[in-house]
Design a protein around this ligand. Structure first.
Ligand code: ZN
Length: 240
């Protein structure tokens, strides 16, 4: 049997401890529900642990990152409390091949903005409105087995364009919202040897990380982002 994919789910874990309405949806934190979804979707193919902001080194010391194949990132209220040293460490691991899934409001995180080189800002409205995520790249491996060309979420926070990211390597899904806006909701990027997947769904007030199709796409993202490719060296090489 192949080695399981070693996944770390990182969450700032702030809203769930401060707000009763959020605790109702995610009593043990968003990270636990995301981790549970991965275990349910991928079974023994995955080994999942979690890390949060208040742990020493935010739960991401060197040894954790070195033994992580794919890191998931959820942050919102405390992006600026993430230590620059930890960001630099995650950045360097991504360049070295660790996969990274950035979820929802993680668009504003230091690590995503550093990897993208742009502001990563967007338009938003919190109105609990309907979202449809339309598949625009049906043969993409992240979407394997999804079995639908549109994911419907009854209550979502709106994110709209312009989303200030560099042109993605691949665009998998576009969201439309009841209010009329559209958004690039599933985007891949490559930086160094690392694969990055930005996936929009998931707001702390709505039970979106329990949604079976959202869970399936996150699991597909983890499978896809596993380190791969040919080892290389940065040392100078002379042609004979
Ligand atoms: Zn949100």
């Amino acid at each position: 049997m192949p080695q399981p994919i070693r996944v770390t789910v990182w969450n700032e874990f702030v809203h769930e401890r401060e707000r009763e309405d959020v605790r109702k949806v995610y009593p043990d934190g968003l990270h636990q529900v995301i981790a549970e979804g991965l275990r349910a979707s991928l079974g023994e193919a995955v080994e999942v642990r979690t890390a949060t902001l208040d742990e020493p080194e935010h739960g991401l010391p060197e040894e954790v990152l070195q033994s992580t194949d794919v890191l998931l990132w959820w942050g919102h209220a405390a992006h600026d409390r993430v230590d620059d040293e930890v960001v630099a460490r995650v950045h360097s691991r991504v360049l070295d091949g660790m996969g990274l899934l950035v979820l929802h409001s993680g668009h504003g995180s230091k690590i995503f903005r550093r990897l993208m080189g742009t502001s990563c800002m967007l338009r938003w409205r919190e109105a609990g409105e309907r979202e449809r995520l339309w598949v625009v790249d049906p043969s993409h491996p992240i979407l394997d087995g999804l079995g639908t060309d549109v994911i419907e979420i009854e209550q979502a926070e709106m994110y709209g364009e312009f989303f200030d990211i560099p042109a993605p390597d691949e665009l998998l899904m576009i969201s439309s919202f009841a209010g009329g806006e559209v958004f690039r909701s599933g985007c891949t990027f490559r930086r160094g040897k690392g694969k990055i997947f930005y996936f929009r769904p998931g707001h702390e007030l709505y039970p979106i990380y329990y949604h079976p199709q959202v869970r399936q796409v996150i699991a597909g993202g983890v499978r896809w982002a596993v380190p791969s490719g040919t080892p290389y060296t940065q040392e100078a090489r002379h042609c004979p």
